[in-house]
Design a binder for this molecule. Sequence first.
Ligand code: F6P
Length: 321
Amino acid sequence: MRTIAVMTSGGDAPGMNPAIRAVVRAATAHGIEVYGIRQAFSGLLAGDFERMTNRDVSGIIGRGGTILQTARNAEFRTLQGQKRGLRRLNEHGIEGLVVIGGDGSLRGAHSLHELGFPVVGVPGSIDNDIYGTDMSIGVDTALNTIIDALDKLRDTASSHERCFLIEVMGRNCGYLATISGILGGAEFVMIPERPFTLQEVAEALENAYMRGKNHAIGVIAEGATPRIHEVAAFLEGHETGFEVRMTVLGHVVRGGDPSAFDRLLATRLGVHAVECLLGGETGVMVGLQGRDIGTVSLADATDKDKNVSTEYIQMADMLAR
Ligand code: F6P
């Protein structure tokens, strides 16, 4: 293998830049040329390739976002799109590809593998919903951002004796909501994995008020039902003791400089991805398994679900007293 390419795809995640850097530098150390593909599968289809040297990735280890930019592409979900992508890779003499991204991006990577192209996936998504890795790139930084916001909101909540409902990202997975709820001392957490009635929320708040709390925090995952606006509307009509305010953190959680943990994880995964390509272990995703970096097939990584563990859910409930 003499030439490989790297792309970042799907929702950006803090740590994608150190992952790109690790891929470029590890490949260069092995005498391999690297091309960056801009804007993920859209750039692949458009032939937007750029030669990357060690100097091109200088100073990016601590920067949020992704210098290669990213995109979500509908055309690449079709076989026709995938074949066009393969043709572009061949035209540029690319012999292996590293795809850094979330669930949808790894599906794109898997489709190229099924067409016979050597691909390795790297899990990058703040949601932590990818099977085969304990942590994805960006999760730790996102958690730190949420906890910082929760701490600030608690200050104003206590001052006014209010309940703050805080929505965090997590379309199908309540990991961010559950862990930040535990670490931020939330009174309740609502996640897609577990149904929660409006009546239960009102009771949790009323109990907190009766126990003498002067603030209450509820963390709600974006994908939970009922949605944050419904919860707020319901609580307005029920006298729990607390006034209600809500804050949707939204894309703020995806930004920011990667934490030390994310820089290290991204670096280890990027280096390992290159080693897999060179060693002929392709059609796999590299991941953090315990303390080690291991691999899982892209088929498993994209087919199997990963939900927040019941242990964490129970912990969040038990400690919210
Ligand atoms: O998959 C990561 C994620 O941040 C989800 O939590 C969220 O639902 C989605 O991306 C938002 O996507 P977009 O940036 O396209 O609005």
